[in-house]
Design a protein around this ligand. Sequence first.
Ligand SMILES: NC(=O)c1ccc[n+]([C@@H]2O[C@H](COP(=O)([O-])OP(=O)(O)OC[C@H]3O[C@@H](n4cnc5c(N)ncnc54)[C@H](OP(=O)(O)O)[C@@H]3O)[C@@H](O)[C@H]2O)c1
Length: 334
Amino acid sequence: MDTSSLGTTGLTVSALGLGCMGLSDFYGPADNAESIATIQAALDAGITLLDTGDYYAAGHNEFLIREALRGRAREQTVLSVKFGLMRGPDGSIVGNDLRPPAVKNFLAYTLRRLDTEYIDVYRPGRVFPDVPIEETVGAIGEMVKAGYVRHVGLSEVGVETVRRAHAVHPISDLQIEYSLLSRGIEEEILPTCRELGIGVTAYGVLSRGLLSGHWSKERAATLAAHDFRASAPRFTGENLERNLALVETLRALAEARDATVAQLAIVWVLSRGSDVVPLVGARTRERLEEALGALDIELSAEDLAQIEEAIPADAAAGERYQSEQMAILDSERG
Ligand SMILES: NC(=O)c1ccc[n+]([C@@H]2O[C@H](COP(=O)([O-])OP(=O)(O)OC[C@H]3O[C@@H](n4cnc5c(N)ncnc54)[C@H](OP(=O)(O)O)[C@@H]3O)[C@@H](O)[C@H]2O)c1
């Protein structure tokens, strides 16, 4: 698989990464054996980048990754870990802690759970004004010096935070939502990352399944209450109908190219530049195989123009998060 360089601190990852969140959390029940097999199939196919968060089902996601990596050479995998959010035993999000001692504490537990001596990219999953980003990134920087972390990343932050963090320690990549349905980074955030030499790991490339070609009103109606999508604005009511109509316009283009909707959505993100690495949230080997198929598709400038005509930049109906969550996103602050 082709590789991409992210940032200026020597981070090299596969052109496509596997996002592991849905194997444990937010997208309904998953099968542990199939989850482990999916991670292993991704590694066997040449994916090196695995993204997780210590708060994905309170460590469960890290345990799955540890299991999947058993017996493999550690240096062949790039582990990207988010931290900071705190979960209660019932799964609710009960707070966050980005103070330097908390950074070190979270990291110590993550190293144990993943049974590794270092994390390749360590990043706060969300940032909050109560702890200046300089302090949090400074603490991760100390962990880089001590050898426990290789690179420092960010997640869902805006340009001011990117600049402040980068001034403390070089940032390898910003993880942020980016897809045909979520193009908010194009105006300011992506150009700032490029100016500073910071890569982007894009999540929500399939808009959490909405843009996969496998979503339907019937499926939306069967979601468990704790599934993120049960209350996500794009997945409900009239918004869902409008968004599914957009997906159908993409399906017609996909079929004409012997591709699937998911593959076109992934290859569109791949076309943004080698400094943009899509994370795909495949939860089964079957879905993974479909996602990997995107790497074999070449789109001409005309193809890309047709895709963007089918799904114009502001076409999505509904915000990408509920309003309370939008309000805490640093990346959404004007
Ligand atoms: N930094 C952040 O704030 C943040 C936020 C969210 C996620 N992330 C990271 O990004 C990763 C990706 O998550 P996402 O929500 O952005 O994923 P996504 O790829 O946009 O969506 C994943 C969903 O799409 C469905 N799907 C259908 N066809 C697929 C295919 N061919 N390949 C892959 N998935 C397919 C999957 O489940 P079915 O098989 O059930 O259809 C799954 O429910 C996460 O695992 C996490 O590591 C980061």
